[in-house]
Write a protein that binds this ligand. Structure first.
Ligand code: GRF
Length: 208
């Protein structure tokens, strides 16, 4: 059974979809061992509590700097024997030490079709605003492995979502979640836990 750590900062709707997929048996070979939040009071923590999942808050005021946060994070991950780290709306950039230690074992969900509208500064509602400002007709979501480049790791799965003339950043954000993120993330986590993902350079091969 794969021990999963889910890192969050906000609402935790993506976390909820992973919890649901485990409880329904869609994810068979993984369990959430720990939820780690960068923010105290994040609603994601309530979701963890409701499902009796252990959680830890790591507010930046408690640490002397980014390296200190990385050190603490690595020790929590080791302590829980974590095999997969899922960034589910985690708003902090992971340090290189963590990325190296967990190479090809950290998954992120990004609410656009990478490499569009991604990288530094593209997070949350900003991503959707940028897509609408640019005038693209299609956006979507991307699940990818995490490397040193923000949103730049090998792509596991993508799903497209149409943009309508009536869309606002808020309506688009919700539709991207409903039609793409909430489907892709549990799927990718399940495949990883089943040992069905392998990485060949920039290509992720999914075993059928
Ligand atoms: C999602 O859009 C995710 O793609 C992005 O941040 C949002 C988090 O939502 N990285 P939630 O906390 O899972 O509800």
């Amino acid at each position: 059974m794969m021990n999963i750590a889910v890192l969050v900062s906000g609402e935790g709707t993506n976390l909820q979809k992973i919890i649901d997929a485990i409880e329904s048996g869609q994810i068979k070979n993984g369990r959430i061992s720990i939820v780690i939040s960068s923010k105290d009071g994040a609603y994601a923590l309530e979701r963890a509590k409701k499902h009796c999942i252990k959680s830890i808050v790591m507010p930046k005021e408690q640490y002397s700097g980014a390296e200190d946060i990385d050190r603490a994070l690595l020790s929590i991950l080791a302590e829980h024997d974590i095999g997969l780290v899922v960034l589910a709306g985690y708003l902090r950039i992971l340090g290189n030490k963590v990325i190296k230690e967990y190479a090809n074992r950290i998954i992120n969900i990004h609410p656009s079709l990478v490499p569009s509208f991604c990288g530094a500064g593209y997070y949350g509602i900003r991503v959707h605003r940028a897509a609408l400002d640019y005038g693209v007709k299609v956006t979507g979501a991307t699940v990818h492995f995490v490397n040193e480049v923000t949103d730049g790791g090998a792509i596991i799965m993508q799903r497209a979502v149409d943009i309508t003339p009536q869309d606002t950043p808020e309506t688009l954000q919700l539709r991207v979640m409903e039609q793409a993120e909430w489907i892709l993330l549990p799927k990718a986590v399940g495949l990883f836990c089943d040992g069905k993902l392998s990485v060949d350079g920039r290509n992720v091969i999914i075993e059928e």
